[in-house]
Design a protein around this ligand. Structure first.
Ligand code: GRF
Length: 206
């Protein structure tokens, strides 16, 4: 059974969707560790409620990003973690960490990349006035939200949308496509060819 870690910073509703999918055996893997840079993240409570080990750190206690990343790598290796799922983790990982887990880090972003990367994908899309936005699941490379795309799903923006109402609909998409991407990754069915990701066996999010 493949083991993975989920990195979180906030409320952790995606973490919850992943925990639920593991419990329903839709994801054939085990969450060995939840890592958080935010001691008061509700995601940490969700992990504890599910009986999952947590590693919580405060970035301010370290001189550099690489200093805490080295500790995280130690925690991951201790538990033989095979790959990493970022679910609302608000820190940029350094090349040191990304190279260590090359093509083994997944991320979800609440916009259709390469549009609106960064921390405020929903707000930025809304302020720009786009009529369609969406969700992207992608591999993490050394850039910010630039890695090969696994899934994208569009969502229409409504005239009366607020950041909250739009994010709520995007979340619903996230809870469906992220567990599926994790399952396909575990089954070795995501093949990266340059910037493109092909799904072996043809299954996609539909
Ligand atoms: C999600 O919208 C995800 O796309 C983004 O951060 C948000 C995390 O939400 N990267 P939650 O903590 O899973 O509720």
């Amino acid at each position: 059974m493949k083991k993975f870690a989920v990195f979180v910073s906030g409320s952790g509703t995606n973490l919850q969707a992943i925990i639920d999918a593991v419990n329903r055996k839709e994801i054939p893997g085990q969450i060995a560790l939840v890592v958080s840079d935010n001691p008061s993240a509700y995601a940490v409570v969700r992990a504890k409620n599910a009986g999952i080990e947590t590693f919580v750190f405060n970035p301010k206690d370290y001189n550099s990003r690489q200093d805490y990343e080295k500790i995280i790598v130690g925690e991951l290796e201790k538990r033989s973690v095979d790959f990493i799922v970022l679910a609302g983790f608000m820190r940029v990982l350094t090349p040191f960490f990304i190279r260590k887990y090359k093509n083994k880090i997944l991320n979800i972003h609440p916009a259709l990349l390469p549009s609106f990367p960064g921390a405020h994908g929903v707000r930025d899309a809304l302020n720009y006035g786009v009529k369609v936005t969406g969700v992207t699941v992608h591999f993490v490379d050394e850039g910010v939200d630039t890695g090969p795309i696994i899934f994208q799903e569009p969502e229409r923006v409504r005239d009366d949308d607020t950041e909250e109402s739009l994010h709520q609909r995007l979340h619903k998409i996230e809870y469906r496509i992220y567990p599926l991407a994790i399952k396909l990754f575990i089954e070795d069915r995501l093949v990266i060819e340059g910037r493109k990701v092909k799904v072996k066996g043809g299954e996609d999010e539909n």
